[in-house]
Design a protein around this ligand. Structure first.
Ligand SMILES: NC(=O)c1ccc[n+]([C@@H]2O[C@H](COP(=O)([O-])OP(=O)(O)OC[C@H]3O[C@@H](n4cnc5c(N)ncnc54)[C@H](O)[C@@H]3O)[C@@H](O)[C@H]2O)c1
Length: 364
């Protein structure tokens, strides 16, 4: 089992990563001094596959817990789900000494973290990601939130978990298209980090998609370390942390415009394609770089198929993004691998052209 320290000042925690390590959860809770009454918020599909195992582990350790089961979809990343969690906590007399355990993908992690950050002005929670996407990205960094008024993650907090446990065995039941979503965020790290990581992922895409444990563990470990360092430097996203949003302003707009028929990780791939195109149009990237970098994205053309996209509506949705300033859409773009520029604004026409490019490449 690997241990990665996320040394955020005043909010440090450990990420544990390995295969079949969920059995060690009760012991880790004790060794990390995470005592308190346990409350699980668990993804419906994860509960279906792993409820018996969790019961066995916690019965053996003589730990009690209550749980709430949530159907993970973007519509349920909502105030209604937040209320359900809070009501269950109140009904069962959970106090400030409680520990909430989020078990699921990014949807469960985001809404549970938000519930923990607002219940009694903030109680402890931990993340047990069960998707590849949540393991490489959302479980670390403390961004919590819900969707509201047709806008992604518009209500939320920065609130760090007390521990993250990544058990790669969970991926054995994860549908193929969800593995692809995880690869979407991994591709983002290819552009943020260094050429070596880019080359490694490019060479090992099939191993990632087919859940090869060794490759997956290496990639998760590098992504978590990288994200950890960025979050340590800028927990509240006032500077460097903005780079983690590469492709995401476009991606969130595609998700909402498509009424969530396209999944987040898939939308990230299309969003990065739009961001690379705009980077080229603004001469931040050369046509040669654009072609070289695009290879990583275009191989998924047949796997991601957007429905009909209204470009103007997509642009309007982008105008509601949290990162915008002075009424202008602010974008994260690329100059080179590991050389990201943030807060870039440009004309409406250029953004619409970049939307057009993304949807043309990835449309049915
Ligand atoms: N907080 C952050 O920093 C951050 C970063 C990236 C993404 N996100 C958010 O994460 C969300 C996407 O998360 P996701 O891709 O993990 O998807 P998800 O939570 O929607 O889960 C995807 C699907 O996989 C199922 N599932 C989960 N684990 C499973 C398992 N082990 N076996 C079988 N099925 C399983 C779920 O039931 C669901 O149907 C988006 O809402 C996005 O905005 C947040």
């Amino acid at each position: 089992m690997k241990k990665i320290d996320i040394n955020i000042p005043q909010n440090a925690y450990n990420v544990f990563l390995g295969g079949n390590i969920i059995d060690r959860l009760p012991k880790l809770l004790t060794s990390e001094k995470l005592n308190g009454r346990l409350f699980f918020v668990i993804d419906k599909n994860v509960n279906k596959f792993y409820s018996d195992k969790l019961t066995e582990i916690f019965t053996k350790a003589k730990f009690n817990y209550n749980k709430i089961i949530i159907n993970a979809n973007e519509k349920n990343k909502s105030y209604e789900t937040l209320q359900k969690i809070h009501k269950a906590l109140i009904k069962n007399n959970y106090g400030r000494d409680s520990l909430i355990v989020a078990i699921g993908g990014g949807i469960i992690g985001d809404v549970t973290g938000f519930a923990a950050s607002t219940y009694m002005r903030g109680i402890k929670y931990i993340q047990i990601p069960t998707t590849l996407l949540a393991s490489v990205d959302s479980s670390v960094g403390g961004k919590t939130g819900i969707n509201f008024s047709n806008t992604k993650n518009i209500i939320g907090t920065f609130y760090q978990p007390k521990m993250v446990l990544i058990d790669t065995n969970f991926f054995s039941t994860l549908p193929k298209e969800e593995m692809l979503c995880g690869v979407g965020e991994i591709i983002k790290y290819c552009f943020l980090t260094e050429q070596k990581f880019f080359n490694y992922v490019k060479k090992n895409i099939d191993s990632l998609l087919t859940n090869d444990t060794k490759t997956i563990t290496k990639v998760i470990s590098e992504a978590v370390r990288f994200k950890g360092d960025v979050v340590i430097a800028d927990e509240k996203e006032t500077g460097i942390r903005k780079i983690l949003n590469l492709g995401h302003t476009f991606a969130h707009a595609y998700e909402v415009e498509q009424n969530h028929k396209v999944k987040h990780g898939q939308a990230v791939i299309v969003g990065i394609a739009s961001a690379l195109y705009l980077s080229k149009e603004l001469s931040l990237l050369t046509p040669k770089q654009f072609k070289q970098f695009g290879v990583l994205l275009f191989q998924f053309k047949s796997k991601i198929q957007l429905g009909k996209v209204n470009k103007n509506s997509t642009y309007k949705i982008m105008q509601r993004d949290k990162k915008n300033r002075d009424g202008q859409v602010k974008l994260v773009l690329l100059k080179d691998i590991g050389n990201i520029v943030t807060d870039i604004s440009c004309s409406r026409k250029m953004i619409i052209d970049a939307i057009d490019y993304g949807i043309t490449v990835f449309s049915r």
